[in-house]
Design a protein around this ligand. Structure first.
Ligand code: COA
Length: 340
């Protein structure tokens, strides 16, 4: 594993850091169950449950895009915080399924919210995107450049699924999660973030067509190259290793032990990956947050969705230490440690 970059080291009480003020999420109402998939490809409810832990996932209706879900999640968070959208300074959107190549999904969400003061941009780190965004938001807040930040992870993964490929189409779902951040000087907030990439592993999870290397064409569509391809087995092994390493890195940087963590929120990719990482870390199941049984892998939305669910369920209390870890296409991997 490379050194990566340590973007926020644990500091002293009184140091400026970013704190999550409120969370929100959005899920399309349409449920796609394993039994529905078994009618589309050669698979079974039993195989999907046993090999992935997924029972069902949400899928958008025709015409719904990532900015629609992202806007809804952001509005839920803004309502909880009691913030006016015009008070936002910055909007960061993590997505690998933007509405369109240009403009950014962040600008479309800014328009929908009427967040007229904010500058907005997308960030591409696939399933690690939310934690990459958290690191960027934290830096802007700690530098004093921004006081109110909206970070959204939003995905319409169904748009890039090959519905004839049973090894990928069973895994992913649509959804969005959002958090609002502001400065904090009481020692709570984002304690550390660690980001890593290894572009040598670019072809483990990729969508090859539709960009500048292979522009949209009839040939590209025929070859289904606008859809996601994945080397599942290899990804699985790398994921377990990277998640464990970056989780340990976050603990070491904060001089904490696994027993000091109240909640572990990993990227929701495969329940066997989550259980393997929790076991390697020595973390009991009651501190592990899992919601992928209901939503599948929602890429950049998975951690903020799980965080919002944990907050709404009362699992997050003032002072709770939350360890988050993600991996995704790139390859990218990342961790964050937050004191609530
Ligand atoms: N239903 C039934 N059988 C399936 C299947 C499905 N949906 N998908 C794959 N299979 C079959 C394979 O064709 C293979 O059959 P074979 O032995 O006859 O060739 C067999 O199951 C085993 O395949 P394998 O790929 O070894 O299964 P697996 O246990 O590794 O599970 C994944 C496959 C994709 C679920 C698993 O590798 C995984 O989750 N990987 C991580 C992916 C990930 O996290 N990606 C996101 C990155 S952010």
């Amino acid at each position: 594993m490379g050194e990566g970059s340590v973007l926020a080291e644990p500091g002293w009480a009184g140091a400026m850091r970013a704190r999550i003020v409120a969370t929100g999420s959005a899920l399309p109402p349409k449920v796609l169950r394993n039994a529905d998939l078994a009618r589309m490809v050669s698979t079974s409810d039993e195989w999907i449950r046993e090999r992935t832990g997924i029972q069902e996932r949400r899928i958008v209706a025709d015409g719904i895009a990532s900015s629609d879900l992202g806007t809804e999640a952001a509005q839920a968070a803004l309502a909880r915080a009691g913030w006016d959208p015009t008070s936002l300074d910055m909007i960061v959107v993590a997505t690998c399924t933007p509405d369109m190549p240009l403009p950014s999904t962040a600008c479309l969400i800014q328009r929908n919210l009427k967040a007229t003061r904010a500058f907005a941009f997308d960030l591409a780190a696939a399933c690690s995107g939310f934690l990459y965004g958290l690191a960027v938001a934290d830096l802007y807040v700690r530098s004093g450049s921004c006081r109110r930040v909206l970070l959204v992870g939003t995905e319409v993964m169904s748009a890039i699924m090959d519905w004839t490929d049973r090894s990928t189409c069973i895994l992913f779902g649509d959804g969005a999660g959002a958090v609002l951040l502001e400065p904090s000087t009481d020692g709570n907030g984002i304690l550390s973030t660690h980001l890593h990439s290894d572009g040598n592993l670019w072809d483990l999870v990729c969508v090859e067509g539709g960009g500048s290397r292979m522009p949209a064409s009839a040939k590209m569509l025929e070859g289904r190259q606008h859809l996601m391809k994945m080397k599942g087995n290899e990804t699985f092994k790398v994921a377990v290793k990277m998640l464990e390493a970056t989780a340990r890195e976050a603990l070491a940087a904060n001089h904490l032990d696994v027993k000091d963590v109240d909640l572990f929120i990993p990227h929701q990719a495969n329940v066997r990956i989550l259980n393997a990482v929790a076991e390697r870390l020595g973390l009991e199941p009651d501190r592990l947050v899992v919601n992928m049984d209901r939503y599948g892998n929602t890429s950049a939305a998975s951690i903020p969705l799980a965080l919002d669910e944990a907050v709404q369920a009362g699992r997050v209390k003032p002072g709770s230490r939350i360890l988050m870890a993600a991996f995704g296409s790139g390859l990218t991997w990342a961790s964050a440690l937050v004191k609530w």
